[in-house]
Design a protein around this ligand. Structure first.
Ligand SMILES: Cc1ncc(C[n+]2csc(CCOP(=O)(O)OP(=O)(O)O)c2C)c(N)n1
Ligand SMILES: [Mg+2]
Length: 321
C-alpha cells in the first residue's frame, strides 16, 4: 500500500461513514424511502476491495449496499438522490436503497433477496471467461446468505468451471436479529467451501491493510485466469439491522472498544505512524467528505420526483409479434 492508496482509502471510508450517518438521519425525517440498512462499521471491506477494481469489473451487493456502490465509483449525489426517490438518482429514483444499479461504473446491482446476487455474479464471471480479457466478478454477501441454497450451487459451478469470481463475505455475526450460532454449526464461512478446494481466507475485515492485501492477491490471480476465491471478512455492524431496529438482542459496543476497532481510525493511526499523511490531513479528508454528503442532500432536495408515467415506460414486456 502506498501513501496515495491510504489517502484514497481514508477518503472513501469517510465518504461512506458520513453518507450512512446522514441517511440514518434522513430516514427519521422520512426523506429517504423503504427499509434502510446501513454499513457503519463495515466501510473497510467495501473500500479495500472496490478501490482495486476497474469499471469493467462487475460488482454485486445485497441489501446493505450503499458503501459498495460508492466505493465502486457511483456518484455520491446520484446515490443520495436515488435513496430520496428523485429522478436524478442512479436508477431515476425507481430503485431506492436495495435496488441500486450503476452500470457505467460496473456496479451491477444490489438486491433485497438475500443471496440472490451470488448466482448473478456467477453469470458475470462466466461472461468474463467467455469474452476473454481479464475482467473479474465480485460479489458481497453477509454470513446469513451462506445458508441459502444458491450459495452452494454457485460455489459448486464456480469451482467446477474455475471462474474468475471473488466472493467477499462480510461476516458481522448476525443475520437480522439472529446470531450466527443460532442458525449454523459452522463458525467460519471459509470452512463451508472447503470440500470444493476453493482458495479461501478469513481476515479481520476492520483491518483495512489486511483486506487490501488479501483481496489484491486474489484479484491478481483472478485476472490471470484463476478462480474462484472466497474472502471472509470478520466485521462489525455498528447499528441495528435496519434503521429503526432497537437492537435489543445484543449489547452495544462501548465507545472505547470501538475506537480501537474502527477501520477508519485504525488506518488513520497507521497512516500517521508511517508518515503517509500529515497530522492535519485525516481531519481535512473527513471534513471534505462531510461537505460532499451535505451537498448531495441539497442536490437530492432540489431534484424532482420522477413523473408517474415513467412507471409504464420502464416496464419491459416481451412479445413474439
Ligand atoms: C431470500 C430472503 N430470505 C430472507 C430475507 C429476510 N432478510 C433480510 S436481511 C436478512 C439477514 C441477512 O443477514 P446477512 O446475510 O448476514 O447480512 P447482514 O444483514 O448481516 O449484512 C434476512 C434473513 C430476505 N430479504 N431474502
Ligand atoms: Mg450478517
Amino acid at each position: 500500500m502506498t501513501a496515495d492508496d491510504a489517502r484514497r482509502l481514508l477518503r472513501t471510508m469517510w465518504r461512506i461513514r458520513h453518507f450512512e450517518e446522514r441517511v440514518g438521519r434522513l430516514k427519521r425525517t422520512d426523506e429517504v424511502f423503504g427499509l434502510i440498512h446501513l454499513s457503519v462499521g463495515q466501510e473497510g471491506v467495501a473500500a479495500a476491495t472496490c478501490l482495486q477494481l476497474r469499471d469493467d469489473d462487475a460488482v454485486y451487493s445485497g441489501h446493505r449496499a450503499h458503501g459498495h456502490a460508492l466505493a465502486k465509483g457511483a456518484l455520491l449525489p446520484r446515490v443520495m438522490a436515488e435513496l430520496m426517490g428523485r429522478e436524478t438518482g442512479v436508477c431515476r429514483g425507481m430503485g431506492g436503497s436495495m435496488h441500486l444499479v450503476d452500470v457505467e461504473h460496473g456496479f451491477l446491482g444490489a438486491t433485497g433477496v438475500v443471496g440472490g446476487n451470488i448466482p448473478m455474479a456467477l453469470g458475470s464471471a462466466l461472461a468474463a471467461r467467455r469474452l476473454g480479457g481479464d475482467t473479474v466478478a465480485v460479489v458481497f454477501f453477509g454470513d446469513g446468505a451462506v445458508q441459502a441454497g444458491h450459495f452452494n450451487e454457485t460455489v459448486n459451478l464456480a469451482a467446477l468451471w474455475g471462474l474468475p469470481l471473488i466472493m467477499v463475505c462480510e461476516n458481522n455475526g448476525f443475520a437480522e436479529f439472529t446470531p450466527r450460532s443460532a442458525h449454523t454449526v459452522v463458525e467460519r464461512v471459509s470452512d463451508v467451501v472447503s470440500p470444493y478446494g476453493i482458495v479461501r481466507e478469513t481476515v479481520d475485515g476492520n483491518d483495512v491493510l489486511a483486506v487490501w492485501e488479501r483481496f489484491g492477491a486474489f484479484l491478481a490471480r483472478a485476472r490471470a485466469g484463476e478462480g474462484p476465491f472466497l474472502l471472509e471478512c470478520l466485521t462489525v455492524r455498528l447499528r441495528g439491522h435496519y434503521e429503526g431496529d432497537p437492537a435489543a438482542y445484543r449489547e452495544a459496543i462501548a465507545d472505547e472498544e470501538w475506537q480501537k476497532m474502527d477501520p477508519i481510525l485504525r488506518l488513520q493511526r497507521h497512516a500517521l505512524a508511517q508518515g503517509w499523511v500529515d497530522e492535519d490531513e485525516p481531519a481535512a479528508i473527513e471534513a471534505e467528505a462531510a461537505e460532499e454528503v451535505e451537498a448531495a442532500v441539497a442536490f437530492g432536495r432540489e431534484s424532482a420526483f420522477p413523473p408517474p408515467e415513467l412507471v409504464a415506460e420502464l416496464v419491459y414486456a416481451g412479445s413474439d409479434a
